[in-house]
Design a protein around this ligand. Structure first.
Ligand SMILES: [Cu+2]
Length: 820
């Protein structure tokens, strides 16, 4: 036998040493202590034309890749070398003690400038993970890197592995980006050439939809929130691996380490074998294209073709750019190019989808629909986007399937599975045990007492399964016409199947069902769950051992990659008992996805949030707190309200116009529920009748549309002075009045303003603006004091516009508008 032979060839003293070793380390091979030093530093880097402030880890973006082997003890010294900001790093997807999770003020004290914090934890899993700052917007500034854990024994067959960390780069400061999102400028859409124009709306026969959307206060569609200068793989736009050989099998560990970008992944050299998702191995599946959500990780095995250079391309979902990795030498074989999403066509799909939802209400009452959908926007459903959600937990019986006819051949996914000797029909349970015999635990957890809620293979409970049917799944419209081959396989979550049963022992553990409506208002750029931001909601108490089943209903027009800290969750899909384990799941617009996780960590307070940084920062999150958890003393100086502060931040912006006959300014200082506004105009200064009006108000948002206000107006305009004439008083040169009023956003984005002043004078004003062409906007105003204004604005840059028009007090004018 092998073992004997091994002993025979071994000198006797080695054997003694080994025996001694076994005595000292009786259970397993000694766990390695793996130590890393990470230095977080703010820097200014030179990009063409300007300097940009970034934050680097060990002098690079991304930070170094950390390698571990399952079972290792990780010791990571993180030093904050920044001058002013606190920092902290979160280990994304890792099963770790709560105090090591790295969410400032929730789990871990922030690292002050000049200080070091040492993370110590046992590596209990293997797979592809990453790390990033969880402090303010530092992730966007560059604080992120890869975290790779090799299994004790690799069961997959490949020749080489390469880590590809995808991200984005912007020359803008992240705080400035958030401010821009809050003020709702269309500038990023203009930059991405995705702002709409009237002539093209008409040409695309989309005017009806556009009017319908404006009626529901849905702004013109664009694809994603932020404009990025470029997209990167491991920090660069183009990456070359020439030292690969034909037939070599290369494992790509791909991480979407982006703050808000989703990527379409393609490889020019044939199908990619998808083998793991979010660090968990899955039944291999061959695919041509996959949409990766921000923060998701996937492992693929690619086979290098015989000759030439083959492109692996990650295209930003909005089509605004891509990053490429090239394998091999010689003639270039480019990945098929993806067209930009068709915004005009999507409007139709969305309006259709909304109609469909209205008819049968996807877990939404009519009331929720009418309250929520007006806030919605940013939609874009193209074929694979729809497939991301697939049938997952879309309520098939309730949705009107006839409206959304399948345009794909759904059977090809099945055929592909057949080729791999896998049960095409998920109800075929017998075949499934085959995969279990492969004995490849994708989430082997060692070294920690766990509450065992995972069911063993024998008593599988079919009842709770969400048997999505592949046949019904492909309900998207075929709007994305690409160079894809006709037999292309486009990934959707139903293709993910764990290597063994992941279902829970629901007979012995309590199952608690929660519904999270993913909500938000693009209009004000606040994002929430069940209409409450993180700071408005209480932590969700969970009992150790209970099973949480969370149904997420996306009521917005944006994709939300929802992430749970410190636990894997099952994404209930067509794989039933073998539903895959993930830590991030994309919930597409107007789709429903159900996840399950077991409260099987010992304790702690764990963050659950949207991984689009700007959605998280404006409120889309919750905290799961174990009932046996008490805050450690180390956090006493860092109350939870520090974290809660994020979605209550204040933002400031304004603009000033100087034109031929007048000057005008507007300034706003606002947080989630409150706003201070100051505006005024003055003109006719070359005439004897110099006129001016200044208004200062404090406004409170009751709903995103409705805000009562109190304020003060000072003016010498006729409409104010008439009061004195009418009452035969002496006419003052100036009149000051207190005002009470109500702002309300009407359909078509018309701002209604009804106010009464302390001389019992009522005024109703309607004001609005709308785009005609991407850079040409129409402004209008009318009020019951017979003031009116009609003007055009031409946007030259993010900050500068030219304006022209007619104002009832100041006549014809032309001028310049500056934003600040
Ligand atoms: Cu989100």
């Amino acid at each position: 036998m092998k073992k004997t032979g091994f002993c025979k060839r071994m000198p006797w003293y080695t054997l003694l040493l080994l025996l001694g070793g076994a005595w000292i380390f009786p259970s397993q091979a000694p766990a390695q202590i793996k130590e890393y030093y990470l230095n977080i530093m703010d820097k200014r880097i030179k990009v063409p034309g300007r300097w940009v402030k970034v934050i680097e880890v060990n002098d690079s973006i991304p930070g170094p890749t950390l390698y571990f082997t399952e079972g290792d003890s990780a010791v990571i010294h993180v030093t904050n070398k920044m001058k002013r900001m606190e920092s902290l790093i979160h280990w994304h997807g890792l099963l770790i003690p709560n105090s090591m999770d790295g969410v400032p003020s929730l789990t871990t004290p922030p690292i002050k400038p000049g200080k070091t914090f040492t993370y110590r934890f046992r590596i209990r899993q293997h797979g592809t993970f990453w790390y990033h700052a969880h402090s303010m917007l530092q992730e966007q500034s560059g604080v992120y890197g890869s975290f790779i854990i090799e299994p004790k024994k690799e069961t997959l067959r490949y020749d080489k592995e390469i880590v590809l960390l995808l991200s984005e780069f912007t020359i803008e400061q992240p705080a400035h980006i958030l401010n821009n999102l809050k003020r709702n400028t269309e500038w990023y859409a203009i930059k991405k050439r995705q702002a709409q124009s009237l002539n093209r709306v008409v040409a695309n026969h989309a005017l009806g939809e556009r009017i319908q959307m404006a009626w529901q206060r849905m702004p013109p569609m664009d694809i994603s929130d932020v404009y990025y200068n470029h997209f990167t793989t491991n920090g660069v736009q183009n990456l070359y691996f020439s030292n690969v050989h034909p037939e070599e099998r290369i494992r790509l560990r791909v991480i979407a380490g982006s703050s808000s970008t989703f990527f379409h992944i393609q490889f020019a050299g044939g199908k990619m074998e998808l083998i793991a998702s979010d660090g968990s191995n899955v039944q291999p599946v061959m695919i041509d294209r996959i949409l990766m959500g921000a923060a998701e990780t996937y492992d693929f095995i690619i086979t290098i073709p015989s000759n030439g250079m083959y492109e692996f391309r990650a295209t930003a979902q909005d089509g605004s750019g891509y990053t490429s990795v090239y394998f091999g030498k010689g003639d270039l074989h480019a990945a098929p190019s993806l067209p930009k999403p068709d915004l005009y066509h999507m409007m139709g799909i969305i309006m259709q989808g909304m109609e469909g939802m209205k008819m049968k209400g996807m877990n939404m009452s009519q009331k929720t629909m009418t309250q929520e959908f007006p806030y919605i926007q940013k939609a874009y459903l193209d074929r694979e986007d729809v497939n991301v959600g697939g049938s997952l937990s879309m309520n098939m019986t309730e949705m009107n399937m006839d409206r959304l006819k399948s345009t794909q051949q759904p059977d090809k996914n099945r055929d592909d599975r057949k080729d791999m000797d896998m049960p095409p029909d998920t109800s075929d349970r017998k075949n499934n045990t085959k995969s279990n015999q492969m004995n490849m635990p994708d989430n082997s957890v060692a070294g920690k007492k766990k509450v065992h809620v995972r069911k063993n293979m024998k008593g599988m409970n079919m009842k709770d399964m969400n048997m999505g049917n592949m046949q019904e799944m492909n309900m998207g419209e075929d709007t994305l016409k690409s160079d894809d081959k006709p037999d292309s396989i486009i990934f959707n979550y139903d293709m993910l199947r764990a290597l063994h049963s992941t279902s829970f022992d629901t007979a012995h553990h309590k199952v608690r069902e929660l519904t999270f409506n993913l909500t938000g208002t693009m209009w004000r750029y606040t994002w929430s769950i069940n209409n409450k931001t993180l700071s408005e909601a209480d932590s969700i108490r969970i009992d150790p051992g209970e099973i949480l089943r969370i149904t997420m209903v996306n009521q917005t027009m944006m994709y939300h990659p929802m992430h749970l800290h410190g636990h894997y969750f099952r994404v209930l899909n067509a794989s039933g008992d073998s539903s895959p384990l993930k830590n991030v799941v994309i919930v597409p617009p107007m789709r429903t996805i159900t996840i399950e996780f077991a409260a099987d960590e010992n304790s702690g307070a764990w963050f659950f949030h949207c991984h689009i940084l700007y959605h998280m920062m404006t409120g889309m999150g919750r905290i799961f707190q174990y009932s046996n958890y008490s805050r450690p003393d180390t956090l006493t100086a860092y109350p939870l309200k520090n974290l809660m502060h994020d979605d209550k931040s204040w933002f400031f912006w304004g603009n000033a116009t100087l034109s031929t006959t007048m000057g005008e300014f507007n300034a706003l200082y606002s947080n989630r529920n409150n706003a201070f506004m100051l505006n005024g105009d003055a003109g006719n200064w070359w005439k004897s009748n110099f006129t001016y009006e200044t208004t200062a108000t404090y406004e409170h948002f009751v709903t995103p549309y409705l805000r009562p206000y109190i304020g003060f107006v000072s003016s010498n305009k006729n409409e104010y002075l008439d009061y004195f004439k009418n009452y035969h008083r002496e006419v003052p040169v100036q009149d000051n009045r207190g005002i009470l009023g109500l702002h309300y956003l009407l359909p078509f984005f018309i701002n209604a303003d009804l106010r009464i002043d302390d001389r019992a004078h009522f005024r109703l004003q309607l004001e609005g603006e709308t785009w005609l062409f991407p850079r040409i906007w129409l402004h209008y105003l009318w009020n019951t004091d017979n003031e009116y204004e009609l003007g055009l604005e031409g946007r030259l840059s993010q900050y500068v516009s030219i304006t022209g028009g007619y104002h009832s007090d100041y006549g014809w004018l032309i001028g310049t508008l500056l934003r600040f």
